[in-house]
Design a protein around this ligand. Structure first.
Ligand code: DGJ
Length: 686
């Protein structure tokens, strides 16, 4: 019996190979307990195969196992299906590898497990050294036995402007899937799926989250067989005929990332956020001003210069010129693809605006939607053959636009050159990279290759970032493309087009399960809110944006003097605390359905924290339970000060308490009125 162990910061993975060749996978939440796991045995069940075929790593069909197989593929010439042989285990020091081959066909599947902090990273590669091409119908990036305690599945659902609704379902027998067929992860949750036990909440219970680092079509699934055994799966979805491995070819499947917690969802969030931080750049997050909800398409030199001055006076540090600045673009019906400045609205180019932005000590950022083209554009008129579509069907537009076929090298070269021309001409430190429709149809000449589009997008982003020191925001009509794949080549996400502060609490919380908060743009929008019509006080709007990458997305000229003063005070506080907030960890002290919503950012060394309490509705009872904090150091004594955004004094002391006391006894605060927020600052004393 081979037994290998790999340790993360907190947990450990143990792989054991039985005499039959099956590989047991055990992930233990406390690595100190790894030695206590009993040797794995597959039980022989009545009316079942004589050689037990429970879920193992590299599972195969054809031996009585009817769950999910590692790979479904066949040899194109002979129709012979791929059949993996006995897996081989290897300890490679920082990773454990499991490899299985079909010796007759010459294809090998290799999965490497490693840890990034305490996140389990799974990389699977297919290598073909045989003589005939092999058609791959599907192949798992990560396919693991699910833990026996998993009784509920949590995914998220949503639509445009409504991202981040938690879907919690009882999981008994059968399969639950989270699918993405739209060519971008989508508003409905993206490639993430969590498992928990029935009482699992933010601060208690066992949890496991699975995420696929991939921005194209995906399948995430959890499947429990009638014998009680269960598997979890993450994989890139292949279209029919999309993947044919020729002799000598190899293919890396998208990376999967997992977190396990024995102490509530917060710990899992910390593990995933920490791993994601390591794949991104560490940046100071300047206060944004974005023109979209201030002007929509009505941007011109004079109005933008006025906005820039107003924004700078409030403390903005980066001015992002959103949609509407390029040739002929007055609405969403034209001009995508023509990435030159509109001379009617900006007769002197962008130079005067950028000068004004720089004079106001801000950086300049620009909106683009490079993957798209409007039928009414010079680009489309010159290259109608550059778009995806069926040769014999009407073009399927979405938001009046078509998708460029990025897999054509000339398309990406053209896009690189057009963007480079802007970056060479103007001082642009930031690009907001939008993508306002799904990929349909993802075909050229009837051949469907959605994955090639994602791969080409990744290469284009990599090429740009290698050539220019520009920061990039990933936006897809808001939160339509938030995943760890695109996170490696971008710096910020626009989590939703909903700037309504109440909706945003939910949306940021959901996206923040994977993404660290400093990468999630969160802006103070207008009131009434353009999407929901809701009127919310400025202080509430400021606090709702406070833990994310802060910004303003409204015309400051429409704010009252009081609102401006509140916003400015909020921005000053954000600037004073972002250096530690953005390296710290966000934990939840309330569950998603609770009111108030209570979230805490705790610094890396636990010497300080900010507690944000957002009351969205009138409390049901005048006497509320005490507010118990979480994530603090037990033995540290903290002084508590409340920051107020309005009125004087702006700070007042609430006393000194131990971390343990704050987490067990809690704070006795008044219940608060609807639509009010509080921000309490904790700092280690002595
Ligand atoms: C969708 C984005 O999410 C918005 O912020 C804005 O950039 C519009 N597109 C512009 O068309």
């Amino acid at each position: 019996m081979t037994k290998l162990q790999l340790d993360g910061d907190i947990s450990a993975v143990v792989l054991e190979q039985a005499e039959t060749g099956s590989v047991h996978f055990n992930w233990i939440a406390q690595k100190a307990l790894a030695g206590m796991t009993p040797p794995a045995v597959f039980q022989r069940l009545p009316a079942s195969p004589d050689i037990p075929a429970g879920p193992s790593l590299m599972p195969e069909h054809g031996s009585g196992f009817h769950g999910i197989a590692q790979i479904e593929a066949h040899c194109t010439a002979t129709q012979r299906r791929v059949r993996l042989g006995r897996p081989v285990l290897e300890d490679k020091g920082s990773s454990l590898c499991v490899t299985a081959r079909d010796a007759a066909l010459g294809i090998e599947v290799a999965t490497a497990f490693s840890f990034s902090g305490d996140a389990l990273v799974v990389n699977t590669t297919l290598t073909h050294t045989g003589n005939s091409p092999i058609d791959i119908r599907r192949a798992a990036s990560a396919l693991l036995p699910a833990p026996d305690w998993a009784a509920e599945i949590i995914t998220h659902s949503g639509a445009w402007g409504r991202e981040g609704h938690e879907e919690r379902r009882k999981w008994d027998t059968g399969r639950i899937e989270q699918l993405g067929r739209g060519g971008r992860p989508g508003f409905d949750g993206g490639p993430t799926l969590s498992l928990t036990e029935p009482a699992g909440c933010e601060i208690r219970g066992r949890w496991l989250t699975l995420h696929l680092a991939w921005s194209g079509p995906f399948t995430l699934a959890a499947e429990r067989a009638t014998d009680g055994s269960a598997q979890i799966l993450a994989e890139r979805r292949f279209a029919p005929g999309e993947i044919r491995l020729n002799p000598g070819a190899s293919m890396a499947l998208p990376e999967a990332m997992l977190a396990l917690s024995g102490t509530g969802r917060n710990q899992m969030r910390t593990t995933l956020n920490t791993a994601l931080r390591k794949t991104g750049r560490t940046l100071v997050r300047p206060v944004h001003f974005n023109t979209w909800e201030a002007r929509y398409f009505e941007v011109d030199e004079a109005s933008c210069i006025a906005l820039a001055k107003d924004a700078a006076a409030l403390g903005a540090e980066r001015f992002v010129l959103d949609d509407g600045w390029f040739k002929g673009r007055r609405n969403d019906q034209t001009s995508l693809g023509d990435w030159t400045v509109d001379t009617a609205q900006f007769p002197n180019g962008l130079g005067p605006l950028i000068d004004a932005v720089k004079t106001a000590c801000m950086e300049f950022g620009l909106w683009l939607e490079p993957e798209m083209v409007s039928p009414d554009s010079d680009l489309y008129r010159a290259h109608p053959d550059w778009v995806l579509g069926w040769p014999d069907a009407p073009l399927a537009t979405g938001r009046n636009q078509l998708v460029l076929d990025l897999a054509l090298p000339e398309v990406c070269d053209h896009l690189f050159t057009s963007i480079a021309a802007l970056l060479d001409t103007y001082e642009i430190g930031y690009l907001k990279w939008d993508c306002n429709r799904d990929l349909y149809p993802a075909t050229r000449d009837g051949v469907e290759r959605p994955g090639a589009q994602t791969e080409a997008l990744y290469s284009l982003l990599d090429r740009l970032r290698a050539a220019y020191p520009v920061e990039i925001e990933s936006c897809a009509s808001g939160g339509g493309r938030i995943d760890a794949g695109i996170a490696r080549r971008t710096d910020r996400f626009w989590a939703s087009d909903a700037t309504d502060a109440i909706d945003r609490l939910r949306i940021q919380r959901a996206a923040g399960l994977i993404m660290p908060q400093e990468r999630l743009g969160c802006h103070v929008g207008p009131s009434p809110n353009p999407m929901t019509g809701r009127q919310l006080p400025m202080s509430f709007r400021v606090l709702a944006a406070f833990f994310g990458h802060f910004g303003i997305e409204a015309d400051p000229a429409r704010f009252s003097d009081t609102e401006r003063a509140i916003l400015k005070r909020g921005i000053d506080l954000y600037k004073a605390h972002r250096h530690w907030m953005h390296a710290g960890q966000l934990v939840m002290a309330s569950d998603p359905a609770d009111d108030p919503d209570v979230q805490i950012v705790i610094s890396d060394d636990q010497s300080r924290a900010l507690v944000r309490i957002m009351r969205t509705d009138t409390p049901k009872r005048p006497l509320q339970p005490r507010l118990r904090l979480t994530g603090l150091d037990h033995d540290t004594c903290y002084s508590l000060v409340e920051f107020a955004l309005e009125g004087e004094p702006v700070e007042w002391p609430l006393g000194e308490y131990s971390g343990l006391g704050l987490m067990t006894e809690g704070l006795n605060l008044d219940p608060g009125r609807a639509l009010t927020g509080r921000l309490i600052y904790l700092e280690r004393t002595g």
